[in-house]
Design a protein around this ligand. Structure first.
Ligand SMILES: *Cc1c(COP(=O)(O)O)cnc(C)c1O
Length: 378
């Protein structure tokens, strides 16, 4: 017998209610039954996005919503500014280039947050910039960016602010309207505690003007088509019916718990995880801008980071994430996002201690677990 624990930054574990909803017999989507679910879900998404803008549901992973943003808002030859501080910032660049959009890049050292002053400088230096692409939580490095500060300066320009909140939404604060985020994209398998398969995108009035003027081809990801269906409480194509029914359950859980309490829980989980890592003599990868959804930790010198992650999973059933691209083998990442509580974190730390011991890393066994327990007792 073996139990499995999932502590990765997507997918994240599913609450029992969600599993139960996913196991229900399928219903048809053009029915009053499904329309009632859709109505609740559309309202619930606005609550989680903290917006009065429409939030559309796409049958895609989060990247589909990212592509929808690029395809609908800009045209070939437009210039946009992209914050690149990790793998997901780079994805914005790759998508924009695929659509022949000129990209200006802010290269942020991996593990650091972007300075909004740098964005301000670049916007002033080139008034042709039509959009700023940023990432709420750069999952590849564990960094959280100050979207509020970025929003407060982009709103005074003619450019749009487009935020990748795929990891973070529903777990850490993102005030779409108050922070002037024109477009926010997300996905189902992170803070929203669902399997992968849904993409989300919110669109401001300012962004709709861009959508009207875009000369890009689009079909499946057309926001105009999505809006037309949305206004009739419908979806443009066959929706991912069971995922949306499960989303309805998630949104009820979120409503019941309350966003502020959920954010606080994530803060506590992150704080305990960070304290435990320090107690083990490990160094955080993003100490100055640590996100509350995933903690990135440097693999100690001389240890094989990939072996560490693999042994936790294969010997003990605890799945965490390693590093991506240039960070492969150099960091590991423990997620504390979604349906995770303090005992999941303690299990993860305990397992990490065992795996580190097996690899010959010297420390006092139990120090990490103790630090986490002390943090939780506060
Ligand atoms: C997971 C993630 C993505 C990619 O989402 P997919 O659902 O895999 O397409 C993009 N951006 C961030 C910040 C992520 O964490």
């Amino acid at each position: 017998m073996r139990k499995n624990y999932l502590l990765t930054p997507g997918p994240t574990p599913l609450p029992p209610k969600v599993c139960e909803a996913l196991a229900r017999p399928i219903i048809h989507h053009r029915t009053p039954q499904f329309q009632a679910v859709l109505k609740e879900v559309y309202a619930g998404l606005k609550h989680v996005f903290q917006t009065d803008n429409d939030v559309f549901i796409l049958a895609s992973s989060g990247t589909g919503a990212m592509e929808a943003a690029v395809a609908n808002l800009f045209s070939p030859g437009d210039t946009v500014l992209i914050v690149e501080g990790g793998k997901f910032g780079e994805r914005w660049t790759e998508i924009c280039r695929a659509y022949n959009i000129n990209t200006e890049i802010i290269n942020v050292e991996w593990g650091k947050a972007v300075s909004h002053l740098e964005i301000e400088k670049r916007l002033k230096a080139n008034i042709a910039i039509k959009g700023v692409f940023a990432t709420l939580c750069e999952t590849s490095t564990g960094v959280v960016n100050d979207i509020k500060a970025i929003g407060s300066l982009v709103k005074n320009t003619s450019a749009l602010l487009i935020v990748d909140a795929i990891s973070g939404l529903g777990a850490i604060d993102l005030k779409t309207d108050d922070w002037s985020c024109d477009v926010v994209v997300s996905g189902s398998q992170k803070g929203l505690m669902l399997p992968p398969g849904l993409g989300f995108i919110s669109v401001s009035a300012k962004a709709w003007v861009f959508a009207e003027n875009s000369r890009n081809p689009r079909y499946y990801f057309s926001l105009k088509a999505a809006k037309k269906a949305y206004d009739k409480n419908d979806t443009a194509f066959t929706p991912a019916i069971n995922l949306i029914i499960a989303l309805d359950e998630v949104l009820k859980i979120i409503k019941q718990d309350g966003l502020e309490k959920i954010f606080l829980r994530h803060r506590r989980l992150a704080d305990a995880t960070r304290r435990a890592m320090k107690a083990l003599g490990l160094e955080l990868f993003a100490p100055t801008a640590s996100s509350d959804v995933v903690t990135a930790v440097k693999v100690p010198q001389g240890l094989d980071g990939e072996k560490l992650v693999k042994s936790m999973r294969d010997l003990y059933g605890v799945t965490i994430a390693g590093g991506q691209s240039e960070l492969k083998g150099k960091i590991f990442r423990i997620a504390h996002m979604g349906y995770i509580d303090e005992f999941d974190i303690i299990t993860g730390i305990s397992c990490l201690e065992k795996a580190l011991t097996n690899l010959g890393y010297k420390f006092e066994l139990g120090r990490g677990v103790k630090a986490a327990e002390e943090a939780f007792l506060k």
